[in-house]
Ligand binder design. Sequence first.
Ligand code: NDP
Length: 243
Amino acid sequence: MKTAIITGGSRGIGRAVTIGLAEAGHHVVINYAGNEAAAQDTLNAVLSNGGHGELACFDVGDEEAVTATIKLLAKAHGRIDVLVNNAGISVDGLLARFKAEDWNRVLQTNLSGAFHCLKAVTRPMMKQRYGRVINIGSVVAASGSAGQPAYCAAKAGLEGLTRSAALELAGRGITVNCIAPGFVDTDMTQALPEERRQAILDQVPAGRMATPEEIAAAVVFLASDGGAYITGQTLGVNGGLYL
Ligand code: NDP
């Protein structure tokens, strides 16, 4: 059975990806940062559907914890087939007043976190000459977004990391791609004030936010055999928001 690690796999997009990959036959490792109840609920959904999975609590920004956990997982399962770098946070604020500590926190989670996990799976994936890495970016990496300097910088960095890793690892049967969602109905967007949500919806040609399952479907495809020749790409899943 193939093993897939989904960072931030407990809620929102990550939860839908976890359920999708479990349905596609993967043993899913559900990473989360602290909300154990949500992680357990997602694991229960996988198990009650006849799937296989386990929980792994670590902060993706903590390189030591990431390395140690992924080493244990590779040993326990004999292989790591899929990594979905999905864990992310958003701290918004205007550039002139943006705090360095918020900048560092966003970069540490959204960009360094993906680097730590990707670096840790590289060895087992190279050894088995197979791997699928899918990074969850954002439409704002390309479009920019006023009031989100750190978030946009981190997501743009993730696209650069994707292309660089794709070139380095293609010869070993490992693909590395990025999915750039537009607006998705999750806790992250539910935290926005109602008028901001409405302003966002007004900009989306499809006239609605994506469901987490619509992002998960793209991840499951890239992780499948059908995705074998796609690497270094960013796939927009955004309802036409940015073309
Ligand atoms: P949610 O806020 O709904 O869920 C975030 C998930 O990430 C949770 O499982 C959370 O775990 C986990 N997480 C947060 N910080 C860490 C950390 N340091 N280490 C490990 N896990 C962590 O987010 P979404 O589902 O909305 O977003 C998922 C990804 O998609 C993010 O990368 C986001 O930037 C991106 N995205 C989202 C869009 C949207 O409109 N929602 C649009 C474009 C991109 P816990 O619950 O334990 O804290």
